[in-house]
Design a protein around this ligand. Sequence first.
Ligand SMILES: CC(=O)N[C@H]1[C@@H](OP(=O)(O)OP(=O)(O)OC[C@H]2O[C@@H](n3ccc(=O)[nH]c3=O)[C@H](O)[C@@H]2O)O[C@H](CO)[C@@H](O)[C@@H]1O
Ligand SMILES: C=C(OP(=O)(O)O)C(=O)O
Length: 435
Amino acid sequence: MASFEIIGGTKLRGEIIPQGAKNEALQILCAVLISPEPIVIHNVPNIIDVNKLIELLNDMGVLVTKITSSSYRFESKDINLDFLDTEDFKKKASALRGSIMIIGPLLARFGKAKMPKPGGDKIGRRRLDTHFIGLQKLGASFDYDSNDSFYNISASELKGCYMLLDEASVTGTANVVLAAVMAKGETTIYNAACEPYLQQLCSMLNRMGAKISGIGSNLLKIEGVDYLGGTEHTILPDMIEIGSFIGLAAMTGSEITIKNCRIDMLGLIPSVFQRLGIKLEFRGDDIFIPEQENYEIDTFIDGSILTVADQIWPGFTPDLLSIVLVVATQAKGSVLIHQKMFESRLFFVDKLIDMGAQIILCDPHRATVIGLGKQVALRGISMSSPDIRAGVSLLIAAMSAQGKSTIHNIEQIDRGYQNIDTRLNALGAKISRLN
Ligand SMILES: CC(=O)N[C@H]1[C@@H](OP(=O)(O)OP(=O)(O)OC[C@H]2O[C@@H](n3ccc(=O)[nH]c3=O)[C@H](O)[C@@H]2O)O[C@H](CO)[C@@H](O)[C@@H]1O
Ligand SMILES: C=C(OP(=O)(O)O)C(=O)O
């Protein structure tokens, strides 16, 4: 288990380029299985989850060629479906959440798929009903072996239909779209998730010959086609990393420019940080965060305490709530953080409380933060990272704190943030990696 040792209290300065989006990369990589023709993908982040998925695809028979440090060519001409029966597959596919999206393309192209219970953050119950009910509607059948936590899915033919998803699941929508693009006839998916990740996936599939309309909305119409060809695709900048850097700049009183953000695809993210009192300047496609001694949390118009809650897109993403929470600990004013989707994602506040933050965990979904207004600095402590976003939030807290902090289990951070220590040290941070 590796750790970071952080000397806090230093201000950062300079420019940083966001990595390619982790959650988009996972969808796009799974999608390469749907065509036998070459697919070139640019801006692939070099992070643990993505590298694990590339390795898994390679084991399944996908020819993987690394063109540059962030561009790859994939060719899924000969897929070895027998690999799905091996222990190696089970181990590797269950090591991350994103691997679940190989089911859709495998069903579309080969009529069968297998999947162990996927991994990912332990942030509460993460059901897969939306995936399987959606695939069933298209004509697939599945059984779940609870002894070895294995799903077997098969379909002699997939047929388009109307479906109303029971929830707007991000990976669930991707899986159903990936199966429906090659189903017979028309599929309508209502209550579809519509994150930029999915918009990108659907646009890529259309470039490959799919017929998807309604992209960006929660009503997708898909006319099935028989064959999908190759394409080239560039992954968007990671909006969660961009939000993390905005929070980091504010909390450490730093002046940072985040380059090439695709501001048009960030939805509510900038405005939520602005409501925390953080000044942002949009310079072309860059976000400039000036050095700010203090930032003050807005109230609602009627004067009541601000609530920041997650919602399905285009609402505020749950993946940035931990960062909003940590940033609020040093703001002036108070905010209620309401994490509706996941029930175990706020428990990391214990560590912030140990560092001196004033937080009341009202219940597993809600925490009230009473900002210290930088009157009292947080103090460095030793802690462990429970999940990817809590991990980065603790890193931000440690960078703003007085003294030394140690964060253990940083594999949780590395699975989604590319060389974060090196990139932040280039801006003046003092982070050492201990193996
Ligand atoms: C690999 C990947 O892409 N992971 C992301 C994906 O996970 P993932 O696709 O696994 O998450 P889902 O969208 O399926 O759902 C996440 C959680 O929210 C709940 N839920 C979902 C939809 C809804 O309308 N109401 C509701 O309560 C679900 O029951 C579940 O507990 O989306 C999550 C929600 O944005 C993000 O946190 C994850 O980073
Ligand atoms: C929860 C997350 O990831 P995963 O779905 O891969 O666990 C995340 O990216 O915040």
